[in-house]
Design a protein. Sequence first.
Lengths: 235, 211
Amino acid sequence: MDFGIQNQTDEQKQANKEYPIQNNNEGNKNQQGYCAFLTIQFYTPYFNVTETDVLQRIQGTFLPLRPDFLNLIRGNPDLWGPIWINATLIFLITAIANLRQIDEEKENQSFVISYVPQATALLYIIAFGTPIILAGVMKFLGVDLSFFQTICLYGYSMSTLLPITILCYFQNELFLWLIIVYGFANSSLFLIVNLKEELDKLQIQKKYIIIGIVVTMQLALYLFYKLVFFSYVNK
Amino acid sequence: MTDNQQVPFGSGMFQGQAKFVDYAHMNQQDVQMNTLDEPVLDTLLRDINMILYKLSYVIIPRMKETQGRKLRNWDLWGPLLLSLLLAMTLGINSNQSSDSIFGTIFIIMWGGSAVITVNAKLLGGQVSFFQSVCVLGYCVFPINIAAVLITFLQSYLGFFLRLIIVGAAFLWSTFSSLSFMSSMMNEEKKVISVYPIFLFYMFLSWFCIFI
């Protein structure tokens, strides 16, 4: 099949011998350059959690006024939570929004698939886009923000939506608005209390910019939730 | 160089003009050379047999390690056929927007398999990417069966009966893929490696209820 296959293998063997030696000498960080964030090794330190850790962190989000959460993630922010809590939410939104509609009409029981791309876009943009915006704004104001910690914070703040989505199955309009407002208040407080130590590095007026951004995004999330996914169903 | 002259070259013999017979590494390459001449039907039948063989492993999940060996020859034909079948079954039965349903299911299945595999790798498991995508794809087969069943028996099944069929298919799929995947996961992080698989099959089976 290949002419000169012997020579190629020798060359390849030599190249393979040199590469691992370089790896050991310089260590992982130095030799990867600007595209490091595209490799798997870059993200491995952020998945250093077990299931008990994850459950504890989720529990920490339900009582926002206690500073438990920051102590739990100090030095070990994880990315598992943000990704999979949002994925669970996408499933729950699709499942429950379709379940609500199935009770009404017995003939035309087709399900609305458009919730899946809408929910995916909404949740991932807010969970990952807002920390990017915050990091950009803080850098513009001259202060550094610990990026992965903020992503972790935002991801876990979405866990407030887990029980809310399940409760949205019920058709009572007043009840739905009540739990949406409670969720908005809970997650906004949680985010602001935990961002406090980062915000203290700024002056007072500039703090309000950051708080404003956070609250606006949460408001957008919860309004979208109510008006698009779980809107009023006529009986 | 004449046709039948044999010239030694490395660990093999250089025979004639175009055929280098490498005696040290001769097994796979030699077999592949011979399959170029066979009829198309033979090739197709061999691939179909391979797919059916793997499906038999999915239908009867075995907890022993021996079952892993055959599944290591990963192929993506089976998952492709199964995903097309599932997406078409779910798409045909919906009254509106059948093309977006097809697209969404297809993307969920392939994107979901990829994300679960990367997740397992990030958590320190010893998984090979395509092997894991192959296993996750093949294990969608019970959900396919449930979707086809519900399609044909549509008017006879109430909501709760559908729930039971879909629930059984979901448990079957999950158990079947776990019996292969859990050996490759990191020991202490097993629950958080396995939860995405659970979510993935739940997602796909949930759509079958609404046909």
